[in-house]
Design a binder for this molecule. Structure first.
Ligand SMILES: Nc1ncnc2c1ncn2[C@@H]1O[C@H](COP(=O)(O)OP(=O)(O)OP(=O)(O)O)[C@@H](O)[C@H]1O
Ligand SMILES: [Mg+2]
Length: 268
C-alpha cells in the first residue's frame, strides 16, 4: 500500500456554476462554461471543509471536522475507522440525507447544499444509490416493486421502470424472486435486491454503509464481489463503509476516519 498525500486542498475552489432550471430531474443542468477543466470533469464527488456538529444533552459532538477529499468517476473507495469516528455521518452528508454544519459537497459539479430541500431530494433520488447494512427494504410489497419504486418517484415511465427492473434483477441473479416479499429471502438475496434498487435510476454514485455487516463471511464476499463488478465493469463510483480490513484492502482506495478527521488516505 502507498500512502498518498491528500489531494484536495489545491482544488478547494470550483470553477463550476451549478444551475437548476426547475425541479424536474432532466433539467438539472450544470454550466461548465467557466474554465471547466478535464480534471474537474473526472471528479464524481468532492467535499470541501465538510464539518458536522451535533447538539446533544451531553454537549456538542464534532462528528466531522474539516473533511476534504475528491473521488474520481468509477473509483471504488472504502471508508474505515473505529466505531463512532464519523463514517455514517460522512455517508449521510455526501448522500444528501442530512445537511452539514459547514462546508460543501459537490456531486457531478453541483454544490448540493446550495439547493433547497426539494431540489436536494431530486439529487438524492436520481444521482445517488443507497445500500444499507439492514437492507431497508419494504417488506409488505414485492421485490419487483421495491426495486421499481425509486424509478417511479423519479417519474420514470411505468413500462420503462418495469423493463429496467427486470433487466437489473436478471443481471443480479434474482429475477426468480420478483414476486416474493423481501422478508422471505436470505440476507444475501435481500442485499442483492437493495443493490438492484440502488441501480434503478442509473445513479452516478453508490453509497453503501456496511453492506456486508449483517451477512456471513461467504455471503458478504459475494455481495462485495457484486459491488466490485459494478465498479470495474460498469464504471460506477462506489463509496463503501466497512469494518472488514480484507474487503477494504480489495477496494481501489481506503480512507481512514478517526475522530471525525481523515487519518489516512491510501491507494491499494
Ligand atoms: N443524530 C445524532 N445526534 C447526536 N449525535 C450523533 C448523531 N449521529 C451521530 N452522532 C454522533 O456522531 C459521532 C459519529 O457517529 P457515526 O454514526 O457517524 O459513527 P460511525 O463511524 O458510523 O460508527 P459505527 O462504526 O459504530 O457505525 C458519534 O459520536 C455519534 O454518537
Ligand atoms: Mg456507522
Amino acid at each position: 500500500m502507498d500512502t498518498r498525500v491528500s489531494r484536495t486542498s489545491a482544488s478547494a475552489t470550483t470553477s463550476h456554476t451549478s444551475r437548476l432550471h426547475s425541479n424536474r430531474p432532466e433539467n438539472l443542468t450544470i454550466d461548465h462554461s467557466t474554465q471547466s477543466s478535464k480534471q474537474e470533469n473526472e471528479i464524481a464527488l468532492k467535499t470541501e471543509n465538510l464539518s458536522k456538529v451535533f447538539d446533544s444533552a451531553a454537549g456538542k459532538i464534532v462528528a466531522l471536522d474539516n473533511i476534504n477529499f475528491a473521488i474520481k468517476k468509477g473509483e471504488f473507495v472504502s471508508i474505515v475507522g473505529p466505531s463512532g469516528s464519523g463514517k455514517s455521518t460522512l455517508l449521510n452528508m455526501i448522500g444528501a440525507l442530512d445537511r452539514p454544519t459547514s462546508g460543501k459537497v459537490y456531486i457531478d459539479g453541483i454544490d448540493i447544499f446550495s439547493l433547497n430541500d426539494s431540489q436536494l431530494g431530486i439529487i438524492r433520488n436520481n444521482r445517488i444509490g443507497f445500500i444499507f447494512q439492514s437492507f431497508n427494504l419494504i417488506n409488505r410489497t414485492t421485490v419487483q416493486k421495491n426495486v421499481k419504486l425509486p424509478g417511479i418517484i423519479a417519474k420514470m415511465q411505468r413500462a420503462d421502470a418495469d423493463s429496467r427492473t427486470m433487466k437489473i434483477l436478471e443481471a443480479l441473479g434474482i429475477a426468480d424472486k420478483k414476486d416474493q416479499k423481501p422478508v422471505n429471502l436470505s440476507g444475501g438475496q435481500q442485499q442483492r435486491v437493495a443493490i438492484a434498487r440502488s441501480l434503478i435510476n442509473n445513479p452516478s454514485i453508490i453509497l453503501a454503509d456496511e453492506p456486508t455487516g449483517n451477512l456471513d463471511t461467504k455471503t458478504g464476499e459475494d455481495v462485495f464481489d457484486m459491488l466490485k463488478l459494478l465498479s470495474h465493469k460498469f464504471k460506477r463510483t462506489i463509496i463503501m463503509v466497512t469494518h472488514n480490513p480484507e474487503l477494504s484492502e480489495s477496494t481501489d482506495r481506503s480512507i481512514v476516519i478517526r475522530d471525525g478527521r481523515i487519518d489516512q488516505d491510501v491507494t491499494n
